[in-house]
Design a protein around this ligand. Structure first.
Ligand SMILES: [Ca+2]
Length: 195
């Protein structure tokens, strides 16, 4: 029994060693998942070589194919918890290298209907382009009382690589302007197209 268990462990150890040798990031950050329209076309994981001061690693999303028609994202979903009924700010630091399209932090507020999110901003209106040093970005959205989950992460559309680090959620006063659209306005509006 002991020797066969030892054999299995050795094989597992060799497999683990083989991953970095292929140039892949070995580990996804704990609590984070790969997603997007083309997640297989991106390598994602912890990066110990590029990180912000005071930490040991950042998380990265890197295109690994010559061209991609979609995007990959490293994301997380959480309960709404203390943020229900509040205006919140997601801030975080992003660095990019040779983006051929764009990258952005994103935040989505999910309600009872999975097809009808209650709020969304992916920085599509203020995209991160090309090569940039560590820069702090913000997303501010209202979390309605009926919200059930927060989904958020870093997306890379097209080629190139981006890193994120030191994300933070805070409750902010309603004097802070929201950055995204409220996806379900309180009532039909502008039906005569005069504005
Ligand atoms: Ca870090």
């Amino acid at each position: 029994m002991t020797s066969s268990k030892g054999f299995v462990l050795t094989i597992a150890a060799l497999c683990a060693l083989a991953v970095p040798a292929l140039g892949a990031f070995a580990d996804l950050p704990a609590g984070w998942i790969k997603a997007g329209t083309h997640p297989a076309e991106y390598d994602m994981g912890l990066d110990q070589t590029i990180r912000r001061e005071g930490g040991k690693s950042s998380a990265t999303v890197k295109s690994i194919v010559p061209t991609t028609q979609g995007f990959g994202t490293l994301m997380q979903m959480s309960q709404v918890g203390e943020y229900a009924g509040k205006r919140i700010r997601l801030s975080g630091w992003v660095k990019s290298e040779k983006l051929t399209d764009w990258a952005g932090l994103w935040l989505r507020i999910d309600g009872p209907n999975p097809l009808a999110p209650l709020g969304f901003d992916n920085m599509g209106g203020r995209p991160i382009k090309g090569t940039t040093d560590w820069t702090r970005y913000e997303i501010v959205l209202d979390v309605p009382a009926e919200a059930q989950r927060l989904a958020f992460g870093l997306l890379v559309s097209g080629g190139g690589q981006a890193w994120m680090d030191d994300l933070k959620f805070e409750v902010v006063p309603t004097t802070v302007k929201t950055t995204g659209a409220a996806l379900a306005p309180p009532a039909p509006s502008n039906l005569n197209f005069e504005k």
